[in-house]
Design a protein around this ligand. Structure first.
Ligand SMILES: CSC[C@H]1O[C@H](OP(=O)(O)O)[C@H](O)[C@@H]1O
Ligand SMILES: Nc1ncnc2[nH]cnc12
Length: 290
């Protein structure tokens, strides 16, 4: 099986990458169960990458049901050091319009039914998460959006992504609350991925595709799945162009990220006191340190 340093997680509307060549599907079992779908290994413009459809290729998993730990663990097992996430989001700001692209640099966690850590069962670790996105990778994604010269798409570099539980969209009171916090976009999936990727020492950044104005905007209809899907279909080709460019730059630059050493000072428990079963379970993540 080919080693691959670059992972792509495709969200709503991005269930496969048409430009992938020499494709191989691998089903990876993990101590946290099966990932959302088989991982697709292939070459994107000559660079080996791993692609995963976040909700499964037929969109069968709710945000709450996503096996976030299995997804990140499986990527780590394949040698992934960088993850680019493509995600549909609603806009919380007038100037961030449907079809625009945002590369968020902060998150607010409004989820309540999810496990967001690999640790526990005899090992305690606290990663630093003040800057939850890899700034080098985020810059590559932003620069790739600019370089792709997409008609009618404005890039917003930076901004706060509110991660809500779903599956229902927000109430107007919630949407306006997030606006009062200064947040930029809202989605249901990226916070756990970013946290678990950091724990697994994988650099993470998101290309957020704006599909709607959520429900706060007085001049726009409240968000519906129909609206999201229609805008995603318009944007899917753009998304793949940007990802191809970002993968090209990433394979050339291969920046060292602070994420790559996130566990260096984070693990509090002496490893000789960690139960063997836990060490085995986390082997893929801990191997540098044991
Ligand atoms: C189809 S609208 C709601 C759905 O879309 C986003 O998914 P993803 O982040 O995987 O692109 C949002 O988070 C919800 O899961
Ligand atoms: N308005 C919205 N709220 C939550 N997730 C979304 N994904 C796309 N649009 C969204």
């Amino acid at each position: 099986m080919a080693e691959t340093k670059i992972g792509i997680i495709g969200g709503s509307g991005l269930y496969k990458m048409d430009a992938l060549k020499e494709v191989e599907e691998v089903q990876i079992d993990t101590p946290f169960g099966l990932p959302s779908d088989a991982l697709i290994l292939g070459k994107l413009d000559g660079t080996q990458v791993t692609f995963l459809a976040r909700h499964g290729r037929n969109h069968t998993l709710l945000p709450t049901e996503l096996p976030f730990r299995a997804n990140i663990y499986a990527m780590k097992k394949l040698g992934v050091d960088y993850i680019i996430s493509a995600s549909a989001v609603g806009s919380l700001k007038e100037e961030v319009k449907p079809l625009d692209m945002v590369v968020p640099d902060q998150f607010i966690d409004r989820t309540r039914n999810r496990v967001s850590t690999f640790f526990g069962e005899g090992i305690v670790a606290h990663i630093t998460f003040g800057d939850p996105v890899c700034q080098h990778l985020a810059k590559i994604v932003s620069d790739s959006i600019t370089a792709s010269n997409l008609a009618d798409v404005t890039l917003h570099s930076g901004g706060t992504y509110v991660c809500m539980e779903g599956p229902a969209f927000s109430t107007k009171a919630e949407s306006n609350l997030y606006r009062s916090w200064g947040a930029t976009v809202i989605g249901m999936t990226n916070l756990q991925e970013a946290k678990l990727a950091r724990e697994a020492e994988i650099a993470y950044a998101t290309m957020a595709l704006v599909t709607d104005y959520d429900c706060w905007h007085p001049d726009h209809d409240s968000v519906t799945v129909e609206m999201v899907v229609a805008n995603l279909q318009r944007n899917a080709v753009n998304a793949q162009k940007v990802i191809t460019e970002a993968v090209r730059r990433l394979s050339e630059e291969a920046p060292i990220s602070e994420a790559h050493s996130a566990l260096k000072y984070a693990i509090l428990t002496s490893l000789d006191k960690v139960p063997d079963a836990t060490k085995q379970k986390l082997e893929v993540i801990l191997k540098k340190y044991v």
